[in-house]
Write a protein that binds this ligand. Structure first.
Ligand SMILES: C[S@@+](CC[C@H](N)C(=O)[O-])C[C@H]1O[C@@H](n2cnc3c(N)ncnc32)[C@H](O)[C@@H]1O
Length: 247
């Protein structure tokens, strides 16, 4: 295998996992693992540390990049990414315009499904990290561009099936959406606050959309213990609102 690899083992009833490249050594509390040998191995194979602890090899998928990729801007949570993917019907023939890239986590999920993703990030140092994350995910269909989406969207001479926005400037981008989106395409805007959501809704109302909705998704993990089964008391609180508009 090449590219990043997940090594997993269960120790004293707990799953331990490491996100590694197939080079050098990994020092863990369960022994040293020689990573070079991973190049000749396949997902499902087992590699042993120098003290004989076996680790199963897995190929990383999008949720692994959410967990392990380097972070800059707060990444979107998988539950919210799921809302975007399911409500827009994102598919393998779609071109997506995304901003801001942040850590590139949403861009990775989108790139694993869509034909092409173009993602704008205003901060140069974030662009570098996001490009590395995209390269790690082995995605050649995701292009990260350094720029302010408010200024850049009006200059684009291409159209997109889906536009995803996760920046404090989303409402300022909305007026340009009709010229950048194919008929029938979806805009999906993630906003952490009611105030930003309202600004986005007001901006959408001034455009020529056909359907609009705003959703908040609550996720509850169910905990299974000897005492009983119930929603976990370790809450995942509010993350953001997703506004969807079709053009
Ligand atoms: C919350 S993060 C996005 C996280 C991203 N969706 C992910 O899943 O990793 C917001 C990002 O938008 C960027 N940003 C803010 N204003 C922008 C603008 N006008 N154009 C492009 N990027 C912008 C910020 O620098 C930041 O990295």
């Amino acid at each position: 295998m090449d590219g990043p690899i997940i090594l997993k083992t269960t120790h004293e009833g707990k799953v331990k996992e490491y996100f590694v490249m197939p080079e050098g050594e990994k020092h863990t509390d369960l022994g040293i693992i020689k990573l070079d040998t991973l190049k000749d191995m396949q997902p499902g194979d087992t590699i042993s540390s120098h003290i004989g602890v076996g680790f199963t090899i897995q190929k990383p998928r999008s949720p692994d990049f959410f967990k392990h990729a380097k972070r800059t801007g707060a990444p979107m949570m998988p539950k919210d990414i799921g809302v975007i993917i399911s409500n827009t019907g994102l598919c393998s023939t779609d071109s997506v315009l995304d901003a801001g890239t942040g850590s590139g986590i949403l861009a990775i999920y989108l790139g694993m499904i869509a034909k092409k993703v173009v993602s704008y990030e205003i901060r140069e140092e974030f662009v570098d990290v996001a490009r590395k994350n995209i390269a790690l995910a082995n995605l050649t269909n995701v292009e990260i561009r350094n720029g302010d989406i408010v200024e850049e969207i009006g200059k684009l001479d291409e159209k997109f099936d889906i536009i995803t926005l996760d920046t404090i400037h989303s409402a300022q981008v909305v007026p340009f959406v009709p010229d950048a989106i194919y008929p029938g395409g979806f805009l999906a805007v993630y906003s952490p606050f009611f105030e930003q959501t309202k600004e986005v809704r007001q901006a959408i109302e001034k455009t020529n959309y056909t359907e609009v909705s705003t959703i908040e998704t609550m996720e509850r993990e169910i905990s299974f213990t000897e005492r009983g089964t119930r929603p976990s008391t370790a809450r995942v609180g509010h993350t953001g609102f997703i506004t969807l508009a079709r053009y």
